[in-house]
Design a protein around this ligand. Structure first.
Ligand code: AMP
Length: 288
Protein backbone atom coordinates (compact mmCIF):
# COMPACT_ATOMS: atom_id res chain seq x y z
CA UNK A 1 0.00 0.00 0.00
CA UNK A 2 1.27 3.45 -0.89
CA UNK A 3 0.41 6.85 0.54
CA UNK A 4 0.24 9.52 -2.16
CA UNK A 5 0.14 13.20 -1.32
CA UNK A 6 0.90 14.64 -4.73
CA UNK A 7 -2.08 15.21 -7.04
CA UNK A 8 -0.17 14.87 -10.31
CA UNK A 9 1.50 11.65 -9.10
CA UNK A 10 -1.88 10.05 -8.40
CA UNK A 11 -3.27 11.24 -11.74
CA UNK A 12 -0.35 9.54 -13.47
CA UNK A 13 -0.93 6.32 -11.54
CA UNK A 14 -4.65 6.44 -12.40
CA UNK A 15 -3.86 7.05 -16.08
CA UNK A 16 -1.62 4.02 -16.07
CA UNK A 17 -4.32 1.78 -14.57
CA UNK A 18 -6.99 3.12 -16.93
CA UNK A 19 -4.66 2.55 -19.91
CA UNK A 20 -3.96 -1.03 -18.83
CA UNK A 21 -7.69 -1.70 -18.35
CA UNK A 22 -7.55 -2.16 -14.59
CA UNK A 23 -10.69 -1.10 -12.75
CA UNK A 24 -10.26 1.53 -10.05
CA UNK A 25 -12.60 1.50 -7.04
CA UNK A 26 -12.58 4.64 -4.90
CA UNK A 27 -13.76 5.32 -1.35
CA UNK A 28 -13.70 9.02 -0.40
CA UNK A 29 -13.55 9.61 3.37
CA UNK A 30 -12.68 12.17 5.99
CA UNK A 31 -10.76 9.52 7.93
CA UNK A 32 -11.14 8.23 11.48
CA UNK A 33 -12.34 5.05 9.86
CA UNK A 34 -14.95 2.76 11.39
CA UNK A 35 -16.81 -0.35 10.25
CA UNK A 36 -19.07 1.76 8.03
CA UNK A 37 -16.03 2.87 6.04
CA UNK A 38 -14.48 -0.60 6.01
CA UNK A 39 -17.69 -2.07 4.57
CA UNK A 40 -17.08 0.26 1.60
CA UNK A 41 -13.44 -0.84 1.38
CA UNK A 42 -14.56 -4.46 1.28
CA UNK A 43 -17.03 -3.77 -1.55
CA UNK A 44 -14.38 -1.87 -3.49
CA UNK A 45 -11.86 -4.68 -2.95
CA UNK A 46 -14.32 -7.27 -4.26
CA UNK A 47 -15.23 -5.30 -7.41
CA UNK A 48 -12.03 -3.57 -8.46
CA UNK A 49 -8.43 -4.36 -9.28
CA UNK A 50 -7.14 -1.16 -7.70
CA UNK A 51 -8.58 0.31 -4.50
CA UNK A 52 -7.97 3.97 -3.64
CA UNK A 53 -9.08 5.64 -0.40
CA UNK A 54 -8.88 9.36 0.18
CA UNK A 55 -8.47 10.78 3.66
CA UNK A 56 -9.15 14.49 3.71
CA UNK A 57 -11.17 16.51 6.20
CA UNK A 58 -12.67 18.92 3.73
CA UNK A 59 -13.04 22.37 5.33
CA UNK A 60 -15.46 23.73 2.72
CA UNK A 61 -18.25 21.36 3.74
CA UNK A 62 -18.22 22.57 7.35
CA UNK A 63 -20.13 25.71 8.31
CA UNK A 64 -18.21 28.28 10.37
CA UNK A 65 -19.81 27.20 13.67
CA UNK A 66 -19.39 23.46 12.96
CA UNK A 67 -16.81 20.96 14.23
CA UNK A 68 -14.04 21.24 11.61
CA UNK A 69 -11.35 21.79 14.23
CA UNK A 70 -12.59 19.09 16.61
CA UNK A 71 -13.32 16.52 13.89
CA UNK A 72 -11.38 13.36 14.90
CA UNK A 73 -8.17 12.67 12.99
CA UNK A 74 -5.75 9.75 13.39
CA UNK A 75 -3.83 9.01 10.22
CA UNK A 76 -1.69 6.19 11.66
CA UNK A 77 -4.76 4.33 12.86
CA UNK A 78 -6.44 4.81 9.45
CA UNK A 79 -3.26 3.68 7.69
CA UNK A 80 -3.29 0.32 9.49
CA UNK A 81 -7.00 -0.18 8.88
CA UNK A 82 -6.55 0.48 5.15
CA UNK A 83 -3.60 -1.89 5.04
CA UNK A 84 -5.64 -4.65 6.70
CA UNK A 85 -8.42 -4.21 4.15
CA UNK A 86 -6.12 -4.51 1.15
CA UNK A 87 -6.21 -0.90 0.02
CA UNK A 88 -3.64 -0.12 -2.71
CA UNK A 89 -3.37 3.67 -2.42
CA UNK A 90 -4.26 6.18 0.24
CA UNK A 91 -4.63 9.68 -1.14
CA UNK A 92 -3.73 11.99 1.72
CA UNK A 93 -3.23 15.47 0.29
CA UNK A 94 -2.21 18.70 2.00
CA UNK A 95 -4.72 21.51 2.30
CA UNK A 96 -2.75 23.90 0.08
CA UNK A 97 -2.50 21.45 -2.79
CA UNK A 98 -6.28 20.88 -2.75
CA UNK A 99 -7.21 24.52 -2.18
CA UNK A 100 -4.43 26.82 -3.34
CA UNK A 101 -4.86 30.50 -2.47
CA UNK A 102 -6.29 31.33 -5.89
CA UNK A 103 -8.96 28.58 -5.86
CA UNK A 104 -12.25 29.99 -7.25
CA UNK A 105 -14.48 27.20 -8.56
CA UNK A 106 -17.62 25.64 -7.10
CA UNK A 107 -19.76 22.75 -8.31
CA UNK A 108 -23.40 22.92 -7.27
CA UNK A 109 -26.31 20.58 -7.82
CA UNK A 110 -29.36 22.82 -7.66
CA UNK A 111 -32.56 22.13 -5.72
CA UNK A 112 -31.60 18.86 -3.99
CA UNK A 113 -28.71 20.64 -2.24
CA UNK A 114 -31.06 23.22 -0.76
CA UNK A 115 -33.53 20.90 0.92
CA UNK A 116 -33.41 18.81 4.13
CA UNK A 117 -29.76 18.92 5.27
CA UNK A 118 -29.26 21.89 2.96
CA UNK A 119 -31.75 23.99 4.96
CA UNK A 120 -29.82 23.50 8.19
CA UNK A 121 -26.35 23.35 6.66
CA UNK A 122 -26.46 25.92 3.83
CA UNK A 123 -23.45 25.58 1.55
CA UNK A 124 -22.52 22.15 2.91
CA UNK A 125 -23.34 20.24 -0.27
CA UNK A 126 -21.50 22.71 -2.50
CA UNK A 127 -18.44 21.85 -0.44
CA UNK A 128 -19.14 18.15 -0.96
CA UNK A 129 -19.84 18.28 -4.69
CA UNK A 130 -16.81 20.48 -5.34
CA UNK A 131 -14.36 18.27 -3.43
CA UNK A 132 -15.78 15.06 -4.91
CA UNK A 133 -15.46 16.49 -8.43
CA UNK A 134 -11.84 17.27 -7.69
CA UNK A 135 -11.26 13.80 -6.24
CA UNK A 136 -12.86 12.17 -9.27
CA UNK A 137 -10.55 14.15 -11.55
CA UNK A 138 -7.56 13.03 -9.50
CA UNK A 139 -8.43 9.36 -8.87
CA UNK A 140 -10.30 8.77 -12.16
CA UNK A 141 -12.24 5.88 -10.62
CA UNK A 142 -14.55 3.50 -12.45
CA UNK A 143 -16.57 3.08 -9.25
CA UNK A 144 -17.15 5.25 -6.19
CA UNK A 145 -18.47 3.67 -3.01
CA UNK A 146 -20.69 5.80 -0.80
CA UNK A 147 -22.71 5.01 2.30
CA UNK A 148 -26.48 5.20 2.41
CA UNK A 149 -25.92 6.68 5.89
CA UNK A 150 -25.46 10.03 4.10
CA UNK A 151 -28.43 9.47 1.81
CA UNK A 152 -28.81 13.01 0.53
CA UNK A 153 -25.10 13.29 -0.17
CA UNK A 154 -25.15 10.04 -2.18
CA UNK A 155 -28.24 11.11 -4.12
CA UNK A 156 -26.72 14.52 -4.94
CA UNK A 157 -23.45 12.96 -6.08
CA UNK A 158 -25.33 10.50 -8.26
CA UNK A 159 -27.21 13.38 -9.89
CA UNK A 160 -23.97 15.31 -10.34
CA UNK A 161 -22.33 12.39 -12.17
CA UNK A 162 -25.43 11.95 -14.31
CA UNK A 163 -25.72 15.66 -15.19
CA UNK A 164 -22.01 16.21 -15.85
CA UNK A 165 -21.52 12.92 -17.74
CA UNK A 166 -18.87 11.85 -15.30
CA UNK A 167 -17.56 8.45 -16.31
CA UNK A 168 -17.79 6.95 -12.82
CA UNK A 169 -20.48 4.71 -11.41
CA UNK A 170 -21.78 5.54 -7.96
CA UNK A 171 -22.45 2.54 -5.74
CA UNK A 172 -24.52 3.25 -2.67
CA UNK A 173 -23.88 0.73 0.11
CA UNK A 174 -25.99 -0.12 3.17
CA UNK A 175 -25.65 1.70 6.48
CA UNK A 176 -23.62 -0.22 9.03
CA UNK A 177 -25.04 -0.03 12.55
CA UNK A 178 -24.15 -1.02 16.05
CA UNK A 179 -26.14 -3.96 17.46
CA UNK A 180 -28.37 -1.36 19.12
CA UNK A 181 -29.30 0.09 15.73
CA UNK A 182 -27.25 3.28 16.12
CA UNK A 183 -25.67 4.13 12.75
CA UNK A 184 -21.87 4.19 12.92
CA UNK A 185 -20.39 7.65 12.50
CA UNK A 186 -17.03 9.25 13.22
CA UNK A 187 -19.01 11.79 15.24
CA UNK A 188 -20.28 9.10 17.65
CA UNK A 189 -17.06 9.62 19.66
CA UNK A 190 -18.59 12.90 20.82
CA UNK A 191 -21.37 10.91 22.58
CA UNK A 192 -21.28 9.70 26.18
CA UNK A 193 -22.43 6.11 26.83
CA UNK A 194 -25.80 7.39 28.04
CA UNK A 195 -26.23 9.54 24.94
CA UNK A 196 -25.33 6.57 22.75
CA UNK A 197 -28.06 4.53 24.41
CA UNK A 198 -30.55 7.37 24.03
CA UNK A 199 -29.59 7.90 20.38
CA UNK A 200 -30.87 4.42 19.48
CA UNK A 201 -34.34 5.97 19.60
CA UNK A 202 -33.63 7.55 16.21
CA UNK A 203 -33.38 4.28 14.29
CA UNK A 204 -36.36 2.94 16.27
CA UNK A 205 -38.34 6.03 15.25
CA UNK A 206 -37.48 5.56 11.57
CA UNK A 207 -38.72 1.98 11.78
CA UNK A 208 -41.88 3.13 13.54
CA UNK A 209 -42.47 5.46 10.59
CA UNK A 210 -41.93 2.63 8.15
CA UNK A 211 -44.35 0.44 10.13
CA UNK A 212 -47.04 3.14 9.99
CA UNK A 213 -46.69 3.29 6.22
CA UNK A 214 -46.22 -0.36 5.31
CA UNK A 215 -48.16 -2.20 8.03
CA UNK A 216 -50.83 0.30 9.04
CA UNK A 217 -51.21 1.69 5.50
CA UNK A 218 -51.15 5.35 6.53
CA UNK A 219 -50.93 7.40 3.32
CA UNK A 220 -51.07 10.90 4.75
CA UNK A 221 -47.40 11.64 5.45
CA UNK A 222 -48.18 14.50 7.86
CA UNK A 223 -49.72 11.97 10.25
CA UNK A 224 -46.63 9.78 9.98
CA UNK A 225 -44.40 12.80 10.66
CA UNK A 226 -46.40 13.77 13.73
CA UNK A 227 -46.34 10.22 15.02
CA UNK A 228 -42.56 9.90 14.60
CA UNK A 229 -41.86 13.27 16.16
CA UNK A 230 -44.08 12.41 19.17
CA UNK A 231 -42.46 8.99 19.44
CA UNK A 232 -39.01 10.57 19.79
CA UNK A 233 -40.25 13.15 22.30
CA UNK A 234 -41.92 10.41 24.34
CA UNK A 235 -38.91 8.10 24.36
CA UNK A 236 -36.17 10.63 24.99
CA UNK A 237 -35.92 13.86 26.92
CA UNK A 238 -32.58 14.85 25.48
CA UNK A 239 -33.06 14.40 21.75
CA UNK A 240 -34.09 17.48 19.82
CA UNK A 241 -35.44 16.50 16.42
CA UNK A 242 -34.42 19.00 13.72
CA UNK A 243 -36.36 17.47 10.84
CA UNK A 244 -38.02 14.25 9.80
CA UNK A 245 -38.82 13.94 6.11
CA UNK A 246 -40.57 11.50 3.81
CA UNK A 247 -39.21 11.80 0.28
CA UNK A 248 -38.53 9.97 -2.96
CA UNK A 249 -35.04 8.62 -3.55
CA UNK A 250 -34.24 10.35 -6.86
CA UNK A 251 -34.48 14.08 -6.08
CA UNK A 252 -35.58 13.81 -2.45
CA UNK A 253 -38.84 15.59 -3.14
CA UNK A 254 -41.24 15.48 -0.20
CA UNK A 255 -44.14 13.06 -0.63
CA UNK A 256 -47.35 14.58 0.68
CA UNK A 257 -49.58 11.63 0.15
CA UNK A 258 -48.60 8.06 -0.66
CA UNK A 259 -51.94 7.17 -2.21
CA UNK A 260 -50.68 7.28 -5.79
CA UNK A 261 -46.99 6.83 -5.06
CA UNK A 262 -44.88 3.94 -6.32
CA UNK A 263 -41.16 3.47 -5.78
CA UNK A 264 -38.51 3.94 -3.14
CA UNK A 265 -39.38 5.97 -0.08
CA UNK A 266 -36.70 7.58 2.08
CA UNK A 267 -37.40 8.42 5.70
CA UNK A 268 -34.65 10.71 6.93
CA UNK A 269 -33.99 12.76 10.02
CA UNK A 270 -31.48 14.93 11.82
CA UNK A 271 -31.44 15.40 15.56
CA UNK A 272 -29.30 16.90 18.27
CA UNK A 273 -28.33 14.97 21.33
CA UNK A 274 -26.51 17.43 23.51
CA UNK A 275 -24.29 19.35 21.13
CA UNK A 276 -23.87 16.45 18.70
CA UNK A 277 -25.89 16.44 15.51
CA UNK A 278 -26.78 13.00 14.18
CA UNK A 279 -28.43 12.01 10.91
CA UNK A 280 -30.01 8.73 9.89
CA UNK A 281 -32.38 7.34 7.29
CA UNK A 282 -34.01 4.23 5.92
CA UNK A 283 -35.09 3.33 2.39
CA UNK A 284 -37.89 0.97 1.44
CA UNK A 285 -39.93 0.15 -1.60
CA UNK A 286 -43.55 1.23 -1.70
CA UNK A 287 -46.35 -0.06 -3.87
CA UNK A 288 -49.98 0.48 -3.13
P1 AMP B 1 -17.11 10.40 5.99
O1 AMP B 1 -15.74 9.94 6.40
O2 AMP B 1 -18.02 10.65 7.14
O3 AMP B 1 -17.07 11.51 4.99
O4 AMP B 1 -17.75 9.16 5.24
C1 AMP B 1 -17.14 8.57 4.12
C2 AMP B 1 -18.09 7.60 3.50
O5 AMP B 1 -18.44 6.60 4.43
C3 AMP B 1 -19.40 8.27 3.05
O6 AMP B 1 -19.78 7.74 1.79
C4 AMP B 1 -20.35 7.86 4.13
O7 AMP B 1 -21.70 7.81 3.72
C5 AMP B 1 -19.84 6.46 4.47
N1 AMP B 1 -20.31 6.05 5.80
C6 AMP B 1 -20.23 6.76 6.95
N2 AMP B 1 -20.84 6.09 7.96
C7 AMP B 1 -21.33 4.95 7.42
C8 AMP B 1 -22.06 3.83 7.94
N3 AMP B 1 -22.43 3.77 9.21
N4 AMP B 1 -22.38 2.83 7.10
C9 AMP B 1 -22.02 2.89 5.79
N5 AMP B 1 -21.32 3.90 5.23
C10 AMP B 1 -20.98 4.91 6.03
Amino acid sequence: MKVIKDIKALQNISDYFRATIKTIGFVPTMGYLHDGHTSLLQKARMDSEVVVVSIFVNPTQFLPHEDYNEYPRDFLRDYHICKNYGVDYIFYPDMKSVYPDDFLTEVRVKEISDRLEGIYRPGHFVGVTTIVTKLINIVKPHYIYLGQKDAQQSIILKKMCEDLNIDTEIKICPTIREKTGLALSSRNIYLTDEQKTEATVLYEALNEGKKMILDYKVVDTDSVKKYVSNYIARKSKNIKLQYFAITDSYLMNEIENLKNYKGDVVLSLAAFIGKTRLIDNIFFNYTN
